[in-house]
Write a protein that binds this ligand. Structure first.
Ligand SMILES: [Zn+2]
Length: 80
């Protein structure tokens, strides 16, 4: 699945140095959109359980916060 894009991750190549236990879980070297490189298990990628190194989570949190702020402002306008 080289060159696949999963969330912010782009699969670069198979991690041949990783110990995969039963051999079912291939590890893949992935690069996040922010530049972070990490080795991620194939089953985690397939389930899209990891969509980024964490930078996307921060982005989501920021979006949520701005939405909350927008809602507060909306309420404030209508309570005038
Ligand atoms: Zn990232």
């Amino acid at each position: 699945m080289t060159r696949q894009q999963i969330g912010a991750w782009r699969v670069i190549w198979r991690d041949t140095t990783a110990i995969t236990g039963n051999g079912l879980n291939t590890q893949w070297i992935c690069r996040c959109q922010c530049g972070t490189v990490r080795s991620i298990r194939g089953d985690i990628l397939r389930q899209a359980a990891s969509m980024s190194c964490g930078c996307m989570d921060r982005l989501q949190a920021m979006k949520y916060e701005s939405k909350v702020r927008d809602d507060e402002q909306y309420d404030w306008v209508w309570s005038e």
